[in-house]
Design a protein around this ligand. Structure first.
Ligand SMILES: Cc1cc2nc3c(=O)[nH]c(=O)nc-3n(C[C@H](O)[C@H](O)[C@H](O)COP(=O)(O)OP(=O)(O)OC[C@H]3O[C@@H](n4cnc5c(N)ncnc54)[C@H](O)[C@@H]3O)c2cc1C
Length: 228
C-alpha cells in the first residue's frame, strides 16, 4: 500500500553540536505516531527523488514533529537539511517502524550512539513522568559532541526513575563528572526478567550489543533494535 505523502514547513532549525541538527516541523493535521517511529523524508533529485529515514524525537503529544539529524559530509539528505531554512517545505511519508516500547514491561534500558538518540529521546520524553524504571547509556565521541545533557539532567531531577550515563569514546581526559569513559559496549546494564532493552545507532554497535544480550540468554522479545 502506498504511504501518504505529507508536506510540512520548517518552524525552527538549530544545531545542538557542530554536526547534530534539530528540525522542528509543523505537524500535519491528524498525523499520529508512536514514540520510536520514523518518517521517510524525500530528497529531490533530477533523476529520481530518494528517501531517507529519520526518527521522530518529539513525543506524539508535542505540537511539532521534531527530527534530530546528524549531518554527514556529502550526504544527499544531509546537504539538503544543511541548506534548508526556516519556512522551507519538507516532504515525507510515514510514520513507519516497530521500534516502540511495549506496554506492561518492568523496566526499559536504552542504549544509543550518536543520532541513535533520536527515537530514544521520544520514548524517554514520553515516559519521563511514569514510574517505569529507565536507564540511558548514551555514547558520543567527545565533549564537543555532548548534546541534550541539560534536558536529560532536568528529566532525571524531576523523575528519579531515569538513570543517565554518557560514554565518551574518544575523549582522552574526560572530566570526573563523566564517570564512564570508553564505548557503550563496556558499560552495558544488566537486564532483569520482564525488562527490555532498546538499542539504536550504528550497525556495528547494535550488532555487538545484541550479541552480548543474546549470549546472556536474554529472550529476543526483550531486545529491540533500530539500525541507522
Ligand atoms: C530507520 C532509520 C532511522 C534513521 N533515523 C535517523 C535519525 O533520526 N537521524 C539521523 O541523523 N539519521 C537517521 N538515519 C540515517 C539516515 O536515514 C541517513 O542514512 C543518513 O542521514 C545519511 O543520509 P544522507 O543522504 O545524508 O547520506 P548518503 O547520501 O546516504 O551518504 C553519503 C555518504 O556518507 C556516508 N554515510 C552515510 N551515513 C553515514 C553516517 N551515519 N556516518 C558516516 N558516514 C555516513 C555514506 O557511506 C556515503 O559515502 C536513520 C536510518 C534508518 C534506517
Amino acid at each position: 500500500m502506498a504511504l501518504h505523502m505529507h508536506s510540512s514547513h520548517i518552524i525552527r532549525k538549530y544545531f545542538m553540536t557542530e554536526d547534530m541538527l534539530v528540525l522542528k516541523l509543523q505537524k500535519p493535521d491528524g498525523f499520529t505516531f508512536k514514540a520510536g517511529q520514523f518518517v521517510q523524508v524525500q530528497v529531490p533529485d533530477p533523476e529520481k527523488p530518494v528517501f531517507r529515514a529519520y526518527s521522530i524525537c518529539s513525543t506524539p503529544t508535542d505540537p511539532t514533529l521534531d527530527l534530530c539529524i546528524k549531518i554527514v559530509p556529502g550526504g544527499k539528505a544531509s546537504m539538503m537539511f544543511a541548506a534548508a531554512s526556516e519556512g522551507d517545505t519538507i516532504s515525507f511519508r510515514g510514520p513507519l517502524g516497530h521500534f516502540t516500547v511495549p506496554e506492561g514491561i518492568a523496566g526499559a534500558h536504552f542504549i544509543a550512539t550518536g543520532a541513535g538518540i533520536s527515537p530514544i529521546l521520544s520514548m524517554i520524553r514520553e515516559r519521563a513522568a511514569s514510574t517505569l524504571p529507565m536507564t540511558l547509556l548514551f555514547g558520543i565521541r567527545s565533549l564537543q559532541d555532548v548534546c541534550l545533557h541539560e534536558e536529560f539532567l532536568s528529566l532525571q531531577k524531576d523523575y528519579p526513575s531515569l538513570q543517565l550515563t554518557y560514554c565518551l569514546s574518544r575523549e582522552p581526559n574526560p572530566p570526573e563528572s563523566w564517570q564512564k569513559p570508553g564505548r557503550v559496549t563496556t558499560h552495558l546494564p544488566k537486564i532483569l526478567p520482564q525488562e527490555h532493552v532498546f538499542i539504536c545507532g550504528s550497525p556495528e554497535m547494535v550488532k555487538e550489543v545484541r550479541a552480548f544480550y543474546m549470549n546472556q540468554g536474554i529472550d529476543k522479545q526483550q531486545i529491540h533494535l533500530e539500525i541507522f
